[in-house]
Design a protein around this ligand. Sequence first.
Ligand code: PMP
Length: 354
Amino acid sequence: MSKFISQKLNELEAYVPGEQPQDRSYVKLNTNECPFPPSPYAQRLARQAAGKLNLYCDPECGVLTSVAAETFGVNKENIIFTNGSDEVLNFAFLAFCDKDTPAVFPDVTYGFYPVFAKVNGVPYREIPLTASMEICAEDYFNAKGTIFIANPNAPTGIALSLDKIESILKNNPGNVVVVDEAYVDFGGESALSLLNKYENLLVTRTFSKSRSLAGGRLGVGFASKEIIADLNKIKYSTNPYNVNSMTAAAGVGALLDKEYFEANVRAICENRAYMTAGLQKLGFTVLPSSANFIFAKKDGVSGGELYRSLKEKGVLVRYFNKARLTDFVRITVGTKEETDALLAATAAVLEEKL
Ligand code: PMP
């Protein structure tokens, strides 16, 4: 840090993303990416767009927005595209939180939320998950702040029903409720159907998981046209060209190649069941996941210990050095072969420990 950094950022601890090691090849199950490459159609459209990189991209993402409106059954004015869903989430912290309107989210959730609050200089309040690591909807009634709920939640993978999400919306009419649906395609119930009913709803989605575009950085927000206008005010005051033309083109392909998307989601869900059963056989407790990752623990083995031992064997998973989470590891659901490699490495680690 230089001596020039502003006072407001002096104390800020940045978010630490999952490792992206370049030193050797790993079975990489640590950052919830999709193990399958982008749809061939998405790749073709991105290649075509590369020939026009001399021109600025369309700040309105016009073609992509039309295709998304069709795909998700919403109006174009209810959509904003961003550089990953991290960006639309950051916009929401900036637009809808204030000194008197803190951000409100679970104590165990996406680790970026507190960082977004801090970098934007807004207060936040954390609400503990229940003993079974679930979100209790009633705890969010009249929360007097802007609510951020990841559904399914991360890193637990546990989903909240649409009824419960609706009850939170109903009981916070004066505040925005952001439902972060990064993992919804793997088994959650989307709140998109409530868009016309609640003016306080903002749904965010990502193309990083189910649509294989993590490296392209594409996220999307759905809300009333007034909320979208607020978010656009920030976008056009910071970086109107936030989605580059190759990514926007790839996004169109990813949405239109429905068969590819559905086959990949199906494969991940099958592998999730296979991975869960394999780990349970090895004595693990696995939380019920509706996402493309599982959260698992085994008595007598700490999350950190398992993470390090698996890394030595060439398998990368994620662990969190945080209260209530240190017993667990979070494992991305990969291909069948990657799952077999994980199960074999885990069995070997347990054997060495005995
Ligand atoms: N929300 C949640 C809950 C996540 O886990 C992630 C991925 N780390 C994101 C949002 C952001 O994803 P991206 O910026 O790649 O769209």
